[in-house]
Design a binder for this molecule. Structure first.
Ligand code: IPM
Ligand code: MN
Length: 349
């Protein structure tokens, strides 16, 4: 039995989560495990109503679950940054979810904007550091509002934080990937402190993984090659900011936000699973959003919990629905409603 905290969140989050749970329950029946879910109404609505974003008591409770299933955070009536920093990033930091794992996989039948690229060309995973870098919140203003204003935003890179991220990436490459090629994505030609540390740690840890082939590329070149030669990549490891940027590019080449799923992990502790797209307020409540990203996140959750067969079956079901049923992955163009896509995956399972 697994205890799952469910945070449907804002906008289309609740619709996505509903379909994710539908598929999780179908998997539980088939693979003979049980899920106990507790819903939390965190998000923009609660903030507007009560002023609360992430109460201490809720944070404490969340630590007692096996996993957290998150819909989306972001509300049109709340200023940008408040919910993102107060809720999503707070959960990542407070639960020390130091890995953001984002697979970029093109399923057969899904159209990619990359001309002549096929499913076998687009199949890699980004391991994004999730607790440090520019996201750490280090910096501040001097003389704010004057003509001599200074804004500092510092990238924090600790040997401990970088090394645990690298070690995760090497382990992941060794245990989950056939090609076992790990590319460090950095900017050693300009960020000569931060990525000096990353690069030294990378090649030191690499000595313990002779079976993993290593490579290095600057982040700008990675953007170029993700478009031109995505088949070069197997696993990419990078810092928080670069990881944020390249995974949106990754989401687009795998067919869009409708299918892009991610996991915020701390191996051995409660971890959080989410579709990586936002709350898409304009589609809220219309039953047109694509739930496959949330369903993919649910599969990642099962894999993390050790239900690897169930996770694989969900992935296969998603692949077959993409191949045989959906006209497009875009909201409103799928040929099916949100609920029907969830039904299709559950039936296929
Ligand atoms: C993501 C999102 C978040 C991030 C935002 C909403 C804070 O873009 O999960 O990639 O920048 O990490
Ligand atoms: Mn992002």
């Amino acid at each position: 039995m697994y205890k799952i905290a469910v945070i449907p969140g804002d906008g289309t989050g609740p619709e996505q989560v509903r379909e994710g749970l539908k598929v999780l329950n179908a998997a539980a029946e088939k693979f003979k495990f049980r899920l106990e879910t507790v819903h939390y109404d965190l998000g923009g609505e609660r903030y507007l109503r009560t002023g609360e974003i992430l109460p201490e008591s809720v944070l404490h409770e969340l630590k007692l679950f096996d996993a957290i299933f998150l819909g989306a955070i972001g509300h049109p009536d709340v200023a940008p940054g408040i919910l993102e920093k107060g809720l999503l990033l707070q959960l990542r930091f407070q639960l020390d979810l130091y890995i953001n794992l984002r697979p970029v996989k093109l399923y057969p039948g899904v159209s990619t904007p990359l001309k002549n690229k096929k499913p076998e060309d687009i199949d890699f995973v980004v391991v994004r550091e999730n607790t440090e870098g520019l996201y750490a919140g280090s910096g501040g203003f001097l003389r704010k509002g004057t003509p001599y204003e200074v804004a500092l935003q510092e990238s924090v890179n600790t040997r401990f934080g970088v090394e645990r991220c690298l070690r995760y990436a090497f382990e992941y490459c060794r245990s989950k990937r056939e090609r076992k090629k790990l590319t460090l994505c950095g900017k050693t030609n300009v960020l000569t402190y931060a990525f000096d540390l990353w690069q030294r740690a990378f090649y030191e840890v690499a000595k313990e993984y002779p079976d993993v082939q290593t490579d290095y590329a600057h982040v700008d070149a990675i953007c170029m090659w993700m478009v031109k030669n995505p088949e070069w990549f197997d696993v990419i490891v990078t810092d928080n900011m670069f990881g944020d940027i390249i995974t949106d590019l990754g989401a687009m080449i795998q067919g869009g936000m409708g299918i892009a799923a991610g996991a915020n992990l701390h191996p051995g502790q409660v971890s959080m699973f989410e579709p990586i797209g936002g709350s898409a307020p304009k589609y809220t409540g219309q039953n047109v959003i694509n739930p496959l990203a949330a369903i993919g996140a649910a599969a990642m959750m099962l894999d993390f919990l050790g239900e690897t067969k169930a996770a694989k079956s969900i992935e296969n079901a998603v692949a077959s629905v993409c191949r045989d049923k959906l006209k497009s992955l875009n909201a409103g163009e799928m040929g099916y409603s949100t609920g029907e896509v969830g039904d299709l995956v559950a039936e296929s399972l």
